[in-house]
Structures are given as C-alpha cells and as structure tokens.
Design a protein around this ligand. Structure first.
Ligand SMILES: [Ca+2]
Ligand SMILES: [Ca+2]
Length: 389
C-alpha cells in the first residue's frame, strides 16, 4: 500500500512565529558579541546602540569636568577602563534616565565609585563629550557575555584615519613641520562667503543634545539656530582670531574661515571685542566661567583648548604668501591691529590642559568633509603644538 504523501503546511501566524524565533536566535548572540571597553566606546560615537563595560569613576558636570567626590546629582556617570582614571578624555559620560537614578545615581549611591557596570544605550555625545545616552539596560558587574573578540569591532581613531592627509608632515618637527602643515591645510581648500557662514555654523556647532540649537562658545549656552542675527538675545559670528588683528575683515578669506568662527551671544561677543587671550580679570557678564579685563579675555575651562587650537591653526594657515597678512602668535596682550594674537605661553598651557573632545573633533571633521576640505592639525595632533610653538 503506497504511503500517502504528506503535505507539510504552516498557517500564516505560525510562519510569523517561526520567523520571530529565528530573528531572536540570530540577534541575541550578535548583541552579546559587541560589549565594548570604554576606549572602544569613545572611538565608536556613531549614534547606534551599544553595550559598554567599565568602572564608575565620577560624576560629569561639564565637557571636561568630572567630580570625584561630593556628588551633586543622580543624572550622569563617568566610566573608564581603569578605576583610578582621572583624565576626562579616557572617560565615557553615561546619561542616567529617571528609572535608573535610584540605583545608579552617585548622589544617592556614592559607594558606586570603583564598581564595574555594564550599560546599553546610544553611543553619542553627552555634555559635548564622548557618551552613552538613553540607556536601555544598566547592571552592576562585567557583562557575562563580554567577547574576547570585541577588539575586532573597533572603528579607526581620528588620528589613524587622517594619516594619509598628514603624510607630507610625517617625521617633521619645528619650522619644517609648520611649513609642511601650511601647505597641507592650504591646498584644495574651498573658501566660503561670510553669508554662508551662518548656515555652516548651524551644522558645525549644533548642540549634540538638541538639533534645533547651537552651542555658544564662551557662554556654553544652547540657543535656537533660528536666533542668528544682530539683536539682543541673538547669536552671531564670533571671530576667535579677532578680525582687527591683521584687519582682514569679512571678505572671503581668514574672516570667513570656519575653523576659527563660532556662534556667540551678541552681547558676549561685543564684550570679548578684539582682546588678546590671557588669564584674569573679573567675571564676564553673560558668560559664566569667563573673565575679562581691559586688555584680555579668559574663556571658560571647557573651551580653553579649543580657543588655543583655533589660534594655532590660523597662525599656520595664514603665512602671508597670499593676499592676506601673516598671522602669528606672540606673548603680548596689546597687539592692537597688528596681525598677532597673544598670549602664546597661556595658549600653550590651555591647549595642554583641555585636550580635544568629541564636539571639537566632530566640528573639525564636518568642516573637512562638508565645507572647506581642510583640517585643523592641532585637533588631530595636539602634540604638534609644542613642536611648532
Ligand atoms: Ca575643550
Ligand atoms: Ca603665520
């Protein structure tokens, strides 16, 4: 007797169930394999979800400020690969949303310091710093599924990614390095008009936490992109290298070079005026953490290095070989209309104490990729500051 053929038929809902099961089986091991170290998370700020394991080292309160004791809140953690880490550049800033605050906030749980945590969330800037936001899981201890092959997922660091760009500077130092960098950053450059600067700044200086806003450099305020203009309460285009120092104005050239142009409140911009940079003075109205006196301006700590590296860029980019003045850095704070800005010794100190952060690196990359097609070498290689200046 012939065996009847058996027709193996799935109902449509059963097929969906099988697909869902297959998807779960396929995705669970993949998520476990991507547990990152803090260093890997810092170099993978892609905006996608990731799981990171590290030690709790403090409470971030600003881009380059972390409290190691006397905690003030439950909303953020700094984690690092070493429990004794003190450099903010080696920390990941983790946002703690409401449901995790009771268990992971440092004000409520100061004994978390030195403990290992594993966090899953969006790998993106927080406090204008490498971060993890909107956590979907937080747990004490190392992830049990940490994979030894996680290093295979690391994306290239900024410096290794720009080796080709700086090839002609390789092995050089001092004046030879400066000359090589001048050629590199002056070749193939796209110059933009002063009017085009408005829209460019809305991209280069966008608030990582609010895409409708820009961050104002000195005040640190997040303000609506639409408030660009010249009225009280607006932001305008601050020339960090004051345009009167060399009197280059706003014709397309150094006066429209995005590498030293930043959004700032109209009144704060006027208060900074064309002063050289130095420490000291009295608190600057409207810009907490900034100080000013008759002849100088001291920016807040979080942007001291940014300001220094912008000035160093300008000194290397403009060497007088075109129709523009040769801009240089000196130790004076009374440079007036001369094509110089001070104070060199202070700017070098600021560059050292405030190394490039995620916001500054991102802005350099956006200017390179989207607008001018040149880079600020001192953001990619801060060690070149002491070689040249
Ligand atoms: Ca900075
Ligand atoms: Ca120069």
């Amino acid at each position: 007797m012939p065996v009847p053929k058996r027709v193996f038929a799935f109902s449509f809902p059963a097929l969906l169930g099988l697909l869902a099961l297959l998807f779960t089986l396929a995705s669970a091991p993949a998520a476990a394999a991507t547990t990152l170290t803090v260093a890997q998370a810092i170099s993978s700020q892609t905006g996608s979800s990731g799981t990171v394991a590290g030690y709790v080292v403090g409470e971030p309160t600003a881009t380059s400020t972390v409290r190691f004791s006397d905690f003030t809140g439950d909303t953020a953690l700094a984690i690092a690969d070493s429990k004794s880490e003190t450099s903010t550049t080696k920390m990941l800033y983790v946002q703690i949303t409401a449901s995790y605050r009771a268990s992971f906030g440092l004000l409520s749980n100061p004994s978390l310091i030195g403990k290992q945590v594993t966090v899953t969330g969006t790998l993106t800037a927080y406090f204008s710093h490498a971060g993890l936001k909107s956590p979907t899981a937080m747990a004490l201890g190392a992830s049990p599924t940490t994979s030894p092959t996680a290093t295979a997922t690391v994306t290239p660091t900024a410096s290794s990614g720009t080796d080709a760009y700086y090839a002609a500077a390789s092995g050089k130092s001092g004046a030879a390095l400066k000359a090589a960098l001048h050629t590199i950053i002056s070749t193939g450059v796209t110059k933009i008009s002063y009017d085009a600067v408005w829209n460019a700044l809305k991209v280069t200086d966008q608030d990582p936490a609010n895409s409708a806003n820009v961050i104002l450099i000195y005040s640190g305020v997040s303000r609506a992109k639409t408030l660009n203009g010249g009225d009280s309460g607006d932001w305008n285009r601050e020339h960090v290298w004051a345009k009167s120092h060399g009197d280059f104005g706003t014709a397309t050239g150094p006066g429209t070079d995005l590498h030293h142009l930043r959004p700032e409140d109209v009144a704060v911009n006027a208060l900074r005026n064309n002063k050289d940079f130095d420490t000291g003075g009295s608190a600057a109205t409207g810009a907490p953490g900034n100080y000013t006196d008759a002849d100088s301006w001291e920016p807040r700590n979080a942007v001291k290095g940014d300001v220094a590296r912008m000035i160093f860029y300008m000194a290397v980019r403009y060497e007088g070989g075109d129709s523009w003045p040769d801009l240089e850095v000196n130790n004076s704070v009374s440079n007036g209309a001369n094509p110089y800005i001070g104070k060199l010794s202070v700017l070098k100190q600021w560059s050292a104490q405030d190394p490039p952060d995620a916001f500054e690196k991102n802005r350099n990359q956006v200017i390179y990729a989207t607008y001018q097609h040149n880079r600020n070498p001192f953001i990619d290689h801060p060690e070149w500051v002491s070689s040249i200046f």
